[in-house]
Design a protein around this ligand. Structure first.
Ligand SMILES: [Zn+2]
Length: 404
């Protein structure tokens, strides 16, 4: 048993702060959370004066198989699975070194995300707990077709969905609209599937108790994803041929439906703003701010791995992505909520992660300072625990006493 003591503990329950708090951990699991002295005696006590302990961060949208150095279509033939898996392991290490203890991988090839997920759980690799979508379902030649999930009609969609789930996918990803990254695919403002086709994906996932993440830039795709009952809408950028055109009526429907939205704000926002122009990026960010006002349940997710305006969106840029939420007017407590408990709920792992509560996984971080006052204090990591296992800042697993 181990006690982690700090100047304050943010439990992850909205607004709850325990001054001079402590967390009691038994192996991989949290036993209790309370004020100093409440945990009683333990074999090991970690004293962290001046620090804040909070739930491990959750990145709800990553692509571990990308790192922005090689065009993904070329990579399909140029990089072996063996090499790619090592790259993914390195990206997982970067994620956890930034305090991310759960990440949802929303698309990769050849089920490598499942191999990495299981290797991390076994202690063979260092990284966050992974929620893996495997191959995104897309039309033939559509957005990210090269990941292997092409399906054009209901029968084919069911087939790919069932194959992903048979392999062990934790959720399904469907490309409801086109995107920017795939040469020859429909652009972002064009839907790829009908509402009825998206319902098939939701039905197949639901039959196994899993959720669906729908990539949707176009207005019609956002509407279809909502009507089909997906769990999370990715990007939700209201994109048209002439840029972002926020739709208040549609956003109100998303809010009323309770569907989570991951706007994929990323840490290279300011660099993109220089490259693409202030108007484009400011329109995007004001859309995110407007969704917040409308009451949409927004969550953090970086789309790490993808190139944005020629700039690498690296796996260790998570805190920078949270600073973009601050730029959009979000308060620090709210940002921490959408990057922990709310994101965990959206990813379907709220029972095990996202907050510090008895019985949940010992996924937590400690930072010097107080991120409620200064968000960038989240960069001052002193401790990262993934199921009770300590990960140092170089990503090396420093404690092997997690077996209990
Ligand atoms: Zn993505």
């Amino acid at each position: 048993m181990r006690i982690i003591r700090a100047a304050r503990v943010l439990t992850g329950r909205p607004g709850e702060v325990i001054a001079e708090g402590e967390v009691l951990i038994d192996g991989a699991t949290i036993v209790s959370v309370g004020p100093r002295g409440s945990a009683g005696e333990a074999g090991e006590v970690v004293e962290l004066p001046g620090h804040t302990v909070l739930p491990g961060l959750v990145d709800a949208h990553v692509h571990l198989g990308f790192d922005a150095t090689v065009d993904p279509v070329t990579r399909r033939s140029a990089e072996s699975d063996h090499h790619l898996l090592l790259r993914m392991a390195e990206n997982a290490r970067k994620l956890v070194s930034a305090g991310v203890t759960t990440a949802r991988d929303l698309g990769g090839r050849d089920f490598l995300d499942l191999a990495l997920r299981d290797a991390i759980e076994e202690g063979l690799a260092v990284g966050p707990h992974l929620v893996a979508a495997t191959r995104p379902i897309t039309i033939t030649g559509g957005h990210c077709w090269y990941m292997g999930g092409e399906a054009d009609d209901e029968v084919a969609i069911r087939r790919v969905a069932r194959e992903n789930l048979r392999a062990g996918a934790d959720c399904l990803k469907v490309m409801a609209s086109g995107g920017q990254m795939t040469p020859g695919a429909p652009p972002s403002w064009v839907p790829q599937y009908t509402t009825e086709q998206l319902r098939v994906v939701v039905e197949e996932a639901g039959a196994r108790g899993k959720g669906v993440a729908a990539h949707a830039h176009a207005h019609a795709a956002i509407r279809s994803a909502l009507e089909a009952g997906v769990t999370t809408i990715e990007h939700c950028s209201f994109f048209t041929p002439s840029g972002h055109r926020y739709d208040a009526e549609l956003a109100d429907l998303v809010a009323a439906g309770g569907t989570y939205v991951c706007p994929t704000l990323h840490g290279v926002f300011w660099r993109s703003r220089e490259v693409l122009g202030a108007e484009m990026l400011d329109d995007w960010l004001s859309g995110v701010a407007a969704m917040r006002e409308a009451g949409v349940r927004l969550i953090a997710g970086t789309d790490a791995g993808f190139v944005s305006s020629g700039v690498a969106n690296r796996a260790d840029g998570f805190v920078a992505s949270l600073e973009v939420f601050a730029e959009a007017g979000f308060g620090n407590a709210e940002i921490i909520e959408l990057a922990t408990v709310r994101a965990a709920d959206a990813c379907g792992v709220g029972e095990a992660a996202g907050s510090l509560e008895a019985g949940k996984r010992a996924d937590l971080i400690a930072v010097a300072g107080d991120p409620l006052t200064c968000l960038s204090d989240l960069r001052n990591l002193a401790l990262v625990l993934v199921s009770g296992r300590s990960v140092s800042q170089t990503g090396v697993d420093t404690v092997t006493s997690s077996a209990g």
